[in-house]
Design a protein around this ligand. Structure first.
Ligand SMILES: Nc1nc2c(ncn2[C@@H]2O[C@H](COP(=O)(O)OP(=O)(O)O)[C@@H](O)[C@H]2O)c(=O)[nH]1
Ligand SMILES: [Mg+2]
Length: 549
C-alpha cells in the first residue's frame, strides 16, 4: 500500500510504502533530500549532514548529461537511467565493495547501447582455425594465420568508409591483473616475454592512449601483424585492435563486427577470461572446433561456451573446421553431424533439434582461401588443393584444377556460413540487438538490487556489531562499578576491623603493663578515630557482659 508523505521542508509529495513506513523506516525526500518522519528525531542536528549530502547527490543526479540514443526510444530510456546509476556509483560519498565491478558493468552497457554494434565472436582453443575462418568470411587474409599462436588481443573487424587500424593498450591496473594470472603452466609465455625483453617496452605502451591510423587496404595485414604478432614485443601490451575495412561486401553493414578472440585455453588466464566475458556479451558466438578432434577435447570447449551463453543458448553456432582433413569428408561428417545432433540438444545445449541442425556446420576455410587466391598459388598450395579435389574425383577432374574451383568453393561450406550470418543474424540484427540489450539491462537492475541489498545488510551488520559493543561496554562498566563498590565496602570493613583490633590490642597492652609494674610504665594514650570509638565501646560493652557473667 502506498502513502503520500509531504516533505516538511520543501513540500514535495513523496510516495512511500505504507507497510515499510509503519515499521518506522526512515526516508529521504526524493526532491530535496530532507528526512521524512524527521519529527521523530529528538536531535535535529543529527540529520543535517546526511540531509545536505543527500540533497547534493539528488541535485547532481538530476543534471547528469544524457547522450541521446536515436535508434530506439526504449534503449534511450535504459541509457538515461544507467547514466544516472553510473553517476551515483562514481560519487565519492558512495562507498561500496562493488563499486569498481558495478561501474565497469554500467560503462560497458552504455558503450554497447551507444555503439549498437552487432558482435559476432569467433572463439575456440588455439589453432582451431578462427582467424582462417574470419579471413574467408571477410574475403581477404587480414588476420594472421601463422602456425604459432598469434591472437593475444581481441581483434574486431568491421565495414567502414575508410581503412584503418585502431589499437588500444592495457592500463596499469589491467596489466597488474593480467600479470597476476600468469600461471605456472605459462612457461612459454614467460620465456618468450623475457627473450623479447618485454619489460624494456612496458613503460612505453602500458597506459598509452589508443592509436588510430588510416592506411590503405593492402597495408592492413602488415599493420595488424605489428601489433598482434608474437614476434613483436609490443603485442603483449595490446588489449584490443579494431580494423575498419572499406572493401567488405555490402552484406555486412557497419554495425556488424567480427571478433577474433584469444584462445579459450590461453595459459594467461586473464586473456582467456577476456574471451569468456566476451562470449556473454556477444550477440552471436561461432565456436571453432577441429573436426578431427570432435570426440575428445573439443566437446569440453563446446560445453564451456554453452555455459557462458546461458541467457541465450541459441546464439551459439558450432563450426567444425579442418573438414578437408577428415579421411572421408562427406561420410565422416554425416556420422559426426548425427552424433553432435544427439549430443547437443537438451537442457544445457540447443533448445531444439531444428536449431541444432541450422547452427552446426562444417567448414574448410583454408581450402576456400586457396580457391580465392587460386591465380597466385605456389606449387605446394596447388598440391594441397588438388589433394582435396581427389575426394570428389567421381564428380570432377582433379588433374584439371582450373575447372574445379567453383565446385571446390561450394564444398568448403563458407558460402553456407555466410548465408546463415546474412539471413539469420544480420537480417534480424536490430531485433536481436534490442532483445540482448533488454536482457543486459535486466541483468544490471538485478545486480544493482543485489548489491544494494548486500550493502544494506553489511551496514546493518556494522550497526548491530557497534551497538552490541556499546551494550557490552555498558554491562562491563556496570559490572566494574559493582565490583568497585564491593571492593570499597570490603576495604572499609577491613579497615574498621583492623582499627578495632588495633584499639583492643592497645587497651590490652595497657592493662597488662599496669598489672606488671603497678601503673609505673606510661603507655601512650590511645585515641581511636571517632568512627572506631563507638564500635570499640560496643565491643567493650560486649566483653564486659561476657566477663560479668
Ligand atoms: N586444412 C585446413 N587447415 C586449416 C583450416 N583452418 C585453419 N587451418 C590451419 O590451421 C592453422 C591455424 O589456423 P588459425 O586460423 O591461425 O587458428 P586460430 O589460432 O584459431 O586463429 C593454420 O595453419 C591454418 O592454415 C581448415 O579448414 N583446413
Ligand atoms: Mg588466430
Amino acid at each position: 500500500m502506498s502513502n503520500i508523505q509531504e516533505c516538511p521542508v520543501c513540500g514535495y509529495k513523496n510516495i512511500t510504502q505504507q507497510d515499510r513506513f509503519s515499521k518506522g523506516e526512515r526516508y529521504f525526500c526524493t526532491e530535496c533530500g530532507a528526512f521524512l518522519k524527521r519529527n521523530d528525531l529528538t536531535n535535529l542536528d543529527v540529520a543535517k549532514i546526511p540531509e545536505l549530502k543527500m540533497a547534493r547527490i539528488i541535485e547532481n543526479i538530476k543534471h547528469v548529461p544524457h547522450n541521446k540514443i536515436l535508434w530506439n526510444d526504449l534503449i534511450d530510456n535504459y541509457v538515461a537511467n544507467t547514466e544516472k546509476y553510473l553517476a551515483l556509483y562514481e560519487m565519492d560519498d558512495i562507498k561500496t565493495d562493488f563499486r569498481k565491478e558495478i561501474s565497469n558493468k554500467l560503462k560497458s552497457f552504455l558503450h554497447v547501447c551507444s555503439s549498437a554494434d552487432f558482435q559476432i565472436a569467433f572463439v575456440g582453443t588455439i589453432k582451431t582455425g578462427k582467424s582462417t575462418l574470419i579471413n574467408a568470411l571477410l574475403g581477404n587474409n587480414y588476420a594472421s594465420m601463422a602456425v604459432t599462436p598469434e591472437t593475444a588481443a581481441l581483434t574486431k573487424f568491421r565495414s567502414s568508409d575508410k581503412d584503418y587500424v585502431k589499437v588500444s593498450f592495457y592500463t596499469k591496473d589491467e596489466w597488474a591483473d593480467l600479470w597476476s594470472t600468469v600461471s605456472s603452466e605459462a612457461d612459454a609465455f614467460l620465456s618468450e616475454y623475457n627473450a623479447l625483453d618485454g619489460d624494456k617496452f612496458k613503460d612505453d605502451w602500458i597506459d598509452h592512449s589508443p592509436i588510430k591510423r588510416e592506411i590503405s587496404n593492402k597495408d592492413i595485414q602488415n599493420e595488424l601483424k605489428r601489433w598482434s604478432s608474437s614476434k613483436s614485443p609490443e603485442h603483449y601490451f595490446v588489449k584490443e585492435i579494431e580494423v575498419g575495412i572499406s572493401t567488405l561486401s555490402k552484406d555486412f553493414p557497419e554495425q556488424v563486427v567480427f571478433v577474433d578472440t584469444p584462445g579459450l585455453s590461453d595459459p594467461v588466464s586473464y586473456r582467456s577470461d577476456i574471451t569468456k566475458a566476451y562470449i556473454k556479451q556477444a550477440n552471436a558466438v561461432f565456436v571453432c572446433v577441429d573436426a578431427q578432434k570432435m570426440y575428445k577435447e573439443e566437446t569440453e570447449t563446446i560445453s564451456s561456451v554453452f555455459s557462458f551463453s546461458y541467457d541465450n543458448k541459441n546464439k551459439v553456432h558450432i563450426i567444425a573446421t579442418h573438414w578437408d582433413n577428415l579421411n572421408d569428408p562427406v561420410n565422416d561428417w554425416d556420422e559426426q553431424f548425427n552424433y553432435m545432433l544427439r549430443m547437443l540438444v537438451g537442457k544445457a545445449f540447443f533448445d531444439s533439434e531444428e536449431t541444432a541442425k541450422s547452427n552446426i556446420m562444417y567448414s574448410s576455410a583454408y581450402i576456400y582461401n586457396l580457391c580465392r587466391e587460386y591465380e597466385s598459388l605456389d606449387v605446394s598450395e596447388k598440391r594441397s588443393l588438388r589433394k582435396f579435389a581427389f575426394n570428389f574425383e567421381d564428380k570432377i577432374d582433379p588433374t584439371d584444377l582450373d575447372s574445379c574451383i567453383d565446385f571446390l568453393i561450394n564444398k568448403t561450406n563458407i558460402d553456407k556460413i555466410k548465408t546463415v550470418i546474412r539471413e539469420h543474424l544480420i537480417a534480424n540484427y536490430k531485433d536481436i540487438l534490442n532483445r540482448d540489450i533488454g536482457y543486459r539491462y535486466e541483468d544490471i537492475i538485478y545486480n544493482l538490487k543485489r548489491t544494494i541489498r548486500e550493502s544494506k545488510a553489511n551496514a546493518q551488520d556494522v550497526i548491530e556489531t557497534a551497538s552490541a559493543d556499546v551494550e557490552k561496554m555498558i554491562e562491563k562498566i556496570d559490572n566494574q562499578r559493582k565490583d568497585y563498590e564491593g571492593i570499597r565496602e570490603c576495604k572499609e570493613q577491613l579497615e574498621e576491623t583492623l582499627d578495632i583490633i588495633e584499639a583492643r590490642t592497645y587497651q590490652n597492652m595497657s592493662t597488662i603493663l599496669s598489672k606488671i609494674d603497678g601503673n609505673n610504665t606510661k603507655v601512650k594514650e590511645y585515641k581511636p578515630p571517632k568512627r572506631v570509638k563507638t564500635k570499640v565501646n560496643l565491643l567493650d560493652l560486649a566483653i564486659k557482659k561476657i566477663f560479668n557473667r
